[in-house]
Design a binder for this molecule. Structure first.
Ligand code: ATP
Ligand code: MG
Length: 260
């Protein structure tokens, strides 16, 4: 479908096209469309831009990722559909580890996602700059999750100290935290269980967040450990989520209908 660049909802419509395309390629489960729609709704409430509140969370996340000994980026169908390039770019700034971690795990979808990475990033995979984990090597189990959803790679999420999980489900975020991991979530819904259970929750849209996260990871590599620890320790996730909810409430209260 052709969407004219001048369309007032161009960005949003392009994202819809991407998730539909991913559905057709077998990358996305049908339920992924619903998850996307829920995200769109919250983005509307936020005003479709990165708030200063979310930026604080992004900076804390960048610092936490640099301090991590074994960070892993967990990806699902929605993440691959919308932001495969940015995921690879971020992974290359870290240790290169990307793990495919699906809510509705089927062999077909695993392979479709693997193919999406191999088609675009063959060289990076062959030279070891990035590693796509969680497909052939998902031999470990997250405790207290049903077997399919809890399957993880030993080299990846199982042994990770920090896991970045865009669009995770609340159960798994909680199970990862219970394993002693630090979980960074990207989730437009500040009320979700994922948002509340994670160590750092970035309440912002995935494709707006990742370029900023990459920017701060690059920038913060010049900072010393003490300074990075201060950024992480100074971040309070509950407080940040509360501020986001207040931001949405205030925005709705003050919105005049003429602006809509
Ligand atoms: P819970 O976290 O409460 O267990 P859930 O994760 O099972 O709920 P879903 O609707 O399956 O609920 O999760 C999708 C989540 O991803 C929603 O909270 C939605 O706001 C968020 N989301 C969807 N698209 C994006 C996006 N592009 N960027 C950021 N977040 C998104
Ligand atoms: Mg969730």
């Amino acid at each position: 479908m052709q969407i004219p660049k001048t369309h007032p909802r161009y960005e949003s419509l392009m994202k819809r096209e991407k998730v539909i395309e991913a559905l057709d390629k077998g990358i996305l489960a049908k339920a992924g469309l619903i998850a996307h729609g829920r995200g769109e709704m919250f983005d509307y409430l936020i005003g479709e831009k990165t708030t200063p509140i979310a930026l604080e969370a992004i900076k804390a996340a960048a610092a936490m990722l640099i301090l991590a000994k074994n960070p892993v980026i967990s990806v699902n169908g929605n993440t691959v559909a919308l932001a495969i390039d940015e995921v690879v770019e971020l992974a290359k700034e870290l240790n290169g580890k990307i793990e495919v971690n699906l809510f509705y795990r089927t062999k077909e979808r695993e392979l479709a996602i693997k193919k999406a990475f191999e088609e675009k990033f063959k060289d990076d995979i062959e030279t070891g700059k990035i590693k796509i984990l969680g497909i052939d090597d998902a031999n470990k189990q997250i405790p207290n999750l049903d077997s399919l959803r809890g399957k993880v790679s030993e080299e990846g999420i199982f042994s990770a100290d920090v896991v970045l999980v865009p669009l995770e489900d609340g159960d798994r975020a909680e199970a990862l935290v219970n394993m002693g991991k630090k979980v960074i979530a990207i989730d437009l819904n500040p009320l979700s269980r994922t948002a509340r259970k994670s160590t750092i929750t970035i309440v912002d849209e995935l494709t707006r967040t990742l370029p900023l996260l990459i920017k701060y990871v690059r920038e913060f590599k010049n900072k010393d450990r003490e300074e990075l620890l201060k950024i992480v320790d100074g971040f309070d996730n509950k407080k940040n989520l509360k501020e986001m909810i207040e931001y949405i409430a205030e925005r709705l209260k003050n919105l005049s209908l003429d602006e809509l």
